[in-house]
Design a protein around this ligand. Structure first.
Ligand SMILES: Nc1ncnc2c1ncn2[C@@H]1O[C@H](COP(=O)(O)OP(=O)(O)OP(=O)(O)O)[C@@H](O)[C@H]1O
Ligand SMILES: [Mg+2]
Length: 207
């Protein structure tokens, strides 16, 4: 399965979700994390790490990923692609290479409105790649709050599913990232949320 994390807005959690998902999937099979962002956050994450992991991380910041993915991804069970912010041929190529595009979105109306560009891109790619699936992931929800009605309604308009498990705003995300680690390596709520997220993703993928 090939999964890209895409949202042309910066700082919504693409790299955070990509690295943690890659870690989670690496416990279930062979996982490859492809960093298609020239910023190289996922590569930095791996370089910050001191202990071994089973994840392989490579940089591929080029817009021909969809043509090369078969060769690059050979032998892997799960491939996660971290993508750059801003609209680019690279994002298009990464989504075109994927079976599933996941869109991290923060539960604020501004973030929900600004996601329309990414949704349009996904819809456009779906016209020639019918098997492409896509869904929103709510990231940085404030603990013990519910998602505001305005946000729920605005997301509804996009006609893409919203995964039922949400990821909350937690200090453990930047803390673990500083050392190239994953929340799966720490016990706590974030780990449980991510485990639920993995289950949701697998359910959606096998639907
Ligand atoms: N659930 C969360 N809780 C706390 N901090 C978070 C969470 N998700 C992301 N962050 C923090 O928000 C910042 C931006 O996250 P991240 O780099 O993953 O976003 P991005 O979409 O990859 O950004 P860019 O568009 O620049 O590539 C980082 O400092 C990260 O640690
Ligand atoms: Mg990033």
């Amino acid at each position: 399965m090939i999964i890209s994390l895409a949202n042309q807005k910066g700082g919504v959690g693409k790299s955070t979700l990509a690295t943690n998902l890659a870690f989670g999937f690496s416990k279930m099979g062979k996982a490859l994390l492809i960093d298609s962002d020239p910023q190289g956050s996922s590569l930095d994450w791996m370089n910050a790490r001191e202990s071994e992991t089973e994840i392989h991380v490579i940089g591929f910041p080029r817009p021909n990923l969809h043509k090369e993915i078969k060769k690059i991804g050979e032998g892997y069970d799960t491939i996660i692609i971290d993508t750059p912010p801003h609209s680019s041929d690279m994002v298009r190529s990464a989504i075109s290479a994927s079976d599933l595009a996941l869109i991290p979105v923060q539960p604020s109306p501004y973030d929900v409105w600004s996601v329309s560009e990414t949704v349009k891109l996904i819809q456009e790619i779906s016209t020639y790649k019918e098997s492409l699936k896509a869904a929103f992931i709510i990231n940085r929800k404030i603990v013990n709050t519910s998602i505001g009605n305005a946000v729920v309604e605005a997301l509804d308009e996009y006609e893409l599913p919203v995964l039922k498990s949400h990821i909350c705003q937690r200090i453990v995300f930047p803390e673990t990232a500083s050392f190239g680690k994953s929340v799966f390596e720490k016990s706590g709520e974030a780990r449980m949320e991510f485990q639920n997220l993995l289950n949701d993703i697998m359910e959606l993928a096998h639907d």
